[in-house]
Design a protein around this ligand. Structure first.
Ligand SMILES: Nc1ncnc2c1ncn2[C@@H]1O[C@H](COP(=O)(O)OP(=O)(O)OP(=O)(O)O)[C@@H](O)[C@H]1O
Ligand SMILES: [Mg+2]
Length: 432
């Protein structure tokens, strides 16, 4: 870890399944005040929504050259598709999952894109890392002009459950992106999150004289970190040692109960309303790609804003969706609605669906129940009896529904959700 001590800047990249981001700090500034870690909080999908990470989506042109990443890649590909100009371009989403699935990963592994075209996985990963690296460098250069590549030590996250082959692959991808091995540290995601919680929360608690939050990290104290991500929930349990370091009390565990389960539930609901065939065509036909992207972004926004006590959910759908339905079935959507199983729970007003709150709540049931059951079972273990604190990080921890579910299920525990839980991992990497 010598790089941390000698380099001017530490830069961390959190390469997530669904969203990716970065953070950086200047060594001298950070030494004086550990809260001086900067993330880019202004990724934008072109609407008013600003996020602290960008979707892990990458686009290459028809010659295989990198074109764009994140929201820009999503928009560009949808627009190209609408004009039938997307043929031969390569568009990759959710490709990080592939590294885990391929246990016997080889360096020559290929990934299939949206159109079924193949490209070496190493190129896809390295271009994505390079994009985030260059983006970060530009930010840093806006503060210090003459910064050089050699002034930076890089940290890159990897899931704790990854095998060595996948970790080696990440190192090679980073090298190809211009990060030499001696300037790189791989950090385990849940470990970074745990350290973030410990270090940053202690320094904040001291600053604000919050005695209660300080005690969470007293020697002997045990705490669970729940990292609620896009694909998975990752859970770790640590005990603070007398020298302040952390000891792992339980191997990392978890399951596929991340935020994308909710997206799938919403899509299933739309399938039931509009018909599976109508929805499948709407998603596949290139003329609708821009509308489909609008739909995905609307769903993301609704999911982020949804609360238990919301009266009804108003979901504004693309007009093209109703038109496609009506073209296929020769009936108006509004006239078929009373004949579906949602007759009493969904109504239509202009291009909006007005949906009973219960239907939306149902989408969170599976991730909520799976998480709560898993943690309940863990806490029954004698070794974990002393756990008093549960810390929630990851983007999906920002959901009111998930926060309340954990609070209600464990009323005797202290539940802590830091500000901006989705960047806890990236900020925690400094302290490793
Ligand atoms: N305010 C919010 N409310 C509800 N869900 C949210 C909110 N913000 C982000 N999410 C969801 O959290 C998930 C992304 O979380 P995060 O960025 O921690 O995941 P990731 O790092 O991409 O995934 P992983 O850690 O599994 O690789 C997405 O499903 C996203 O929709
Ligand atoms: Mg993550």
């Amino acid at each position: 870890m010598s790089g941390y001590k000698t380099k001017l800047i530490v830069a961390a990249i959190d390469f997530g399944t669904t969203y990716s981001g970065y953070a950086y700090s200047f060594k001298d500034e950070y030494k004086k005040d550990p809260s001086k870690i900067f993330a880019n909080n202004s990724w934008s999908d072109g609407t008013s929504m600003r996020t602290s990470k960008a979707p892990t989506v990458i686009l290459f042109d028809n010659k295989g050259k990198f074109n764009s990443f994140g929201y820009d890649a999503e928009t560009k590909y949808a627009e190209l598709s609408e004009d039938e100009e997307h043929i031969g371009w390569k568009y990759f989403r959710c490709f990080k999952m592939k590294l885990y699935e391929k246990m016997n990963l080889r360096r020559k592994m290929m990934l299939s894109d949206d159109q079924g075209n193949r490209m070496p996985a190493l190129d896809v990963f390295s271009e994505a890392i390079k994009y985030l690296k260059d983006h970060l460098m530009k930010k840093v250069q806006s503060r210090i002009e003459d910064i050089r590549d050699t002034d930076i030590h890089w940290v890159l996250t990897v899931p704790a459950i990854w095998h060595d082959g996948a970790k080696q692959f990440m190192k090679e991808a980073a090298a190809k992106a211009g990060i030499p091995e001696d300037q790189l540290t791989l950090a385990l995601e849940p470990e970074a999150a745990a350290i973030y919680c410990k270090e940053l929360m202690v320094s904040k608690a001291k600053e604000q004289n919050e005695e209660a939050n300080l005690q969470i990290f007293d020697p002997g104290s045990q705490f669970i970190v729940l990292d609620l991500g896009g694909g998975t929930v990752d859970i770790t349990v640590h005990e603070v040692q007398s020298d302040g370091t952390l000891k792992e009390l339980h191997p990392p565990s978890g399951g596929p109960w991340g935020g994308t389960v909710v997206d799938k539930g919403i899509h299933k609901f739309l399938d039931e309303l509009f018909g599976k065939d109508v929805m499948a065509e709407f998603k596949e036909e290139s003329e609708y790609k821009v509308d489909d992207l609008d739909l995905q972004r609307t769903i993301e926004l609704k999911k982020r804003k949804f609360k238990d006590d919301e009266d009804k959910v108003k979901l504004k759908l693309p007009v093209a969706m109703y038109e496609h339905f009506e073209g296929k079935t020769s009936t108006s959507f509004a006239s078929t609605l009373p004949m579906t199983k949602f007759a009493r729970s969904v109504t239509k007003k202009k291009d909006r669906l007005i949906i009973e709150n219960d239907i939306f709540l149902q989408m969170f049931k599976n991730p909520k129940d799976c998480l709560v059951n898993h943690v309940e079972n863990m806490l029954r273990k004698p070794a974990l009896r002393k756990v008093k604190n549960i810390i929630m990080v990851g983007g999906f921890s920002e959901s009111e529904i998930m926060k309340n579910a954990v609070k209600h299920a464990f009323p005797t525990k202290k539940i802590i959700v830091p500000d901006q839980p989705e960047i806890a991992v990236v900020t925690g990497m400094y302290m490793i």
